[in-house]
Write a protein that binds this ligand. Structure first.
Ligand code: PMT
Length: 411
């Protein structure tokens, strides 16, 4: 079977000299079975003929939003809705800025704004334009929103300058697209996917807070976004979901049963009360490892000139480990937030806590782990398996995790 059979790709081409190379990518995708729909800016048509792209892909090329004719609805909405992947090749400084600002004033930018599929871009431009803080900030914004952004190559540019800004080699772009496809699955496969119907899934999320006194506590930087994304996607896939959450600023997802806790001990109680009935438990919470031994029942006052204060801490129960040691039918997924030796520590936790899967995230990165909307995860399995995923939104990362669960429990 062709590599990309059933995949629909929107290939968005903006107006830079490298636009003609989009034809090679379009041809390669088509030869491998993908349905490729090209959307060009007006400037792009100066660099590559729409007829070339149409001939290579077998589909009409979209150049404005107001295309009419048999079979066409609202073109940018339809293209976006059906795409399994949207790739901007090449992405000029101008189109990057427009996308980062959410501007939708032509077919390409309107399609991008309407897209909910994985998003990819390969920037290409003059070195100074690429290095300009405005472009760098725009690219950073897009990465944080989950875009896969390739770094341009070094070399001689069309303007005669030598430096960073060249479109990467077409083969490298193709490798990157292949990796994204592998991780993403098709929209058709994903839609109406109620593959967790009938399953009871318990998800923990957020931090725990450990009281020092009635107004102070020890906690961590977890926002709850990762766990809430898992709960929301599990519910969308048909599971009966219980979300046990530490304090966060988030609204519980629709259709999810919700229990709010504060401390690790409360989280343990809430989880144990439901554990026997669960099919899957996913522990995304950042549970505090220690609690204050004797929290004060009144606000602690500063006394005299005392410059020091000592808090005695007690080790909290390890909830996941306890679940692992007593598990029956339950499928257990733990997380590991690490800043170094990610793989070694993650595998260690997987074994020590008797989990079935362990989702590792590198929390030293600015675009992964705590509080941001994106994550880059590696999933380790108890049978020795390892699968790394691209940087993506926490919602998409949640689906990767649920895909791995479904595969392992063979539903
Ligand atoms: O909430 P966000 O801002 O979106 O950030 C997401 C996240 C970084 C918090 C999340 O992706 C993550 O990595 N969660 C686990 C963080 C963590 O505490 O890891 P850990 O290595 O300390 O714990 C390993 C596992 O044991 C975790 O599944 C944890 O829930 C569990 N644990 C830990 C300690 C404890 N006392 N009891 C536990 O059950």
């Amino acid at each position: 079977m062709e590599k990309f059979a059933n995949k629909k790709v929107v290939l968005a081409v903006s107006g830079g000299i490298a636009a003609y190379k989009a034809a090679d990518v379009a041809s390669w995708l088509t030869k491998n079975g993908a349905q490729v729909h090209c959307v060009l800016t007006k400037a792009a048509t100066e660099f590559v003929s729409p007829l070339v792209l149409q001939s290579l892909t077998g589909h009409p090329v979209v150049q404005d939003e107001f295309v009419t004719g048999p079979g066409w609805g609202i073109v940018h909405i339809e293209l976006a809705a059906e795409a399994d992947l949207l790739a901007v090749i090449p992405a000029t400084a101008n189109i990057i800025a427009k996308i980062a600002a959410g501007i939708a004033d032509d077919a390409l930018t309107s399609t991008v704004l309407a897209a909910t599929c994985p998003l990819f871009m390969a920037p290409a431009m003059n070195t100074h334009m690429y290095e300009n803080p405005a472009t760098q900030q725009n690219l950073q914004t897009l990465r944080q929103r989950g875009w896969q952004v390739m770094s341009p190559a070094n070399g001689r540019l069309a303007c005669g300058a030598v430096g960073r800004g060249k479109l990467p080699a077409v083969e490298e772009i193709e490798q990157e697209l292949e990796r994204l496809f592998l991780a993403a699955g098709t929209k058709a496969e994903k839609s109406d996917r109620l593959d967790l119907a009938g399953k009871k899934v318990l998800v923990t999320a957020g931090p725990t807070t450990e009281a020092i006194d009635p107004v102070r506590y020890i906690s961590n930087r977890s926002s709850g976004k990762m766990g809430y994304a898992v709960a929301s996607q599990a519910a969308a896939r048909g599971a009966e979901v219980l979300l046990v959450s530490g304090p966060t600023a988030l609204q519980p997802p629709a259709g999810v049963r919700f229990v709010q806790v504060e401390s690790a001990c409360q989280m343990r109680e809430a989880v144990l009360a439901e554990y026997a009935k669960c099919d899957v438990v996913i522990m995304a919470a950042a549970v505090a490892d220690y609690r204050v031994a004797e929290p004060a029942d009144h606000k602690i006052k500063k006394t005299g000139d005392n410059q020091e204060m000592t808090l005695r801490l007690l080790r909290n129960p390890d909830i996941l480990q306890e679940l692992g040691e007593t598990k029956q039918q339950q499928f257990l997924v733990g997380f590991a937030a690490e800043t170094h030796n990610l793989e070694e520590y993650a595998r260690g936790k997987l074994a020590a806590k008797h989990a079935d899967l362990l989702v590792a995230n590198d929390v030293s990165r600015a675009d992964a782990g705590f509080d941001v909307d994106t994550n880059q995860i590696i999933i380790f399995a108890a049978d020795g398996g390892r699968q790394a995923y691209p940087l993506t939104t926490k919602l998409a990362a949640a689906d990767y995790i649920l895909d791995a669960v479904v595969e392992k429990i063979n539903i």
